[in-house]
Design a protein around this ligand. Structure first.
Ligand code: C5P
Length: 291
């Protein structure tokens, strides 16, 4: 690893996106958050960060997407939090190349933040344990702790309780980003008690993964409690879903609070004709896979 003393050298890191294979909402809590049960899995779609020592002691962000360069950027907040928490007075420049769509339900900002925490802890030898990193991550957002741990995981609480699972069998994915961004609070705020469940879809999937497999993939086994609300309130998402199914995908599921959708495939041969039809339809899409 290059020395952080040398501002000429950057530490490059890749921050993966995630999908929710299931997402059960158990109910609303007194603090305004919702208790969740979800199986999350990293996918091979990455943002790239470069960390560089800043000799002037300032911590700042340079991003290829101008509207993400503000002080509320999660990677910048993560850097400032970990440096302040450990009393470190060094400055860091974060260069961020976005590939994961923002506000898409793929956890891009959360992954950027977790990657920044882990990388600065190692690079600057800040000495934080994994538990301390997860505590800091939870302060930044509900999805951030998952990315500290990495790999297939069961998520509980508001997102901060992460239990690693065996690697789920690999899947090819066609990921489609409808042409809108949806703020997470709007989706949770639109839930009614009828959208809550007892977590059965997640529990069944966890049991299957622990037994070394996956259930038959269906709307029921890959349940996402936030999807019906989004399909109802955001017609652009329903339209993208129809396009994906019309292109031949057997199943199209929303990730997290959306709007991004994914279609899973066991073999590339099954995915390719659908992929060609999705591109033909002019969608913003990726052909990728779980990792
Ligand atoms: O934790 P984070 O800042 O990502 O959450 C954004 C918003 O999403 C919260 O303010 C809340 O409205 C909603 N949320 C929720 N329950 C969760 C996670 C998020 O209601 N478990």
């Amino acid at each position: 690893m290059q020395s952080p003393e040398d501002g000429e050298h950057a530490l490059f890191c890749r921050a993966p996106a995630k999908i929710n294979l299931t997402l059960d909402v158990l109910g609303k809590r007194a603090d305004g958050y919702h208790d969740l049960m979800s199986v999350m899995e990293p996918i091979a779609l990455y943002d790239t960060l470069a960390l560089r020592a800043a000799p002037d002691g300032e911590t700042r962000l340079v991003c290829d997407t101008a509207e993400l360069e503000g002080d509320d950027n999660l990677a910048l907040r993560a850097a400032r939090l970990v440096l302040a928490h450990t009393g470190c007075c060094r400055g860091v420049t974060i260069e961020l190349r976005k590939e994961i769509p923002a506000q898409g339900g793929l956890g891009g900002g959360s992954s950027d933040a977790a990657t920044t925490l882990v990388a600065l802890n190692r690079w600057l030898a800040l000495g934080l344990s994994r538990t301390e990193l997860i505590d800091l991550a939870a302060r930044l957002g509900s999805d951030v702790p998952f990315f500290i741990t990495g790999g297939t995981a069961l998520i509980e609480g508001r997102g901060e309780i992460v239990t690693p699972l065996p690697q789920a069998p690999p899947l090819w994915l066609i990921v489609v980003k409808p042409p809108i961004a949806i703020p997470t609070p709007a989706v949770f705020g639109a839930l009614a008690p009828g959208d809550y469940s007892d977590g059965r879809a997640t529990r069944d999937l966890v049991a299957a993964i622990r037994a070394g497999g996956l259930p038959a993939l269906s709307d029921a086994t890959l349940w996402n409690a936030l999807e019906p609300v989004v399909l109802r309130d955001f017609p652009a998402v329903a339209e993208s879903r129809r396009m994906l199914l019309g292109a031949g995908a057997p199943l199209a599921r929303m990730s997290g609070s959306g709007p991004t959708l994914y279609a899973p495939f066991v073999t590339l041969a099954e995915a390719v004709p659908v992929w060609r039809a999705v591109l033909q339809a002019g969608a913003t899409a990726w052909l990728t896979h779980t990792v």
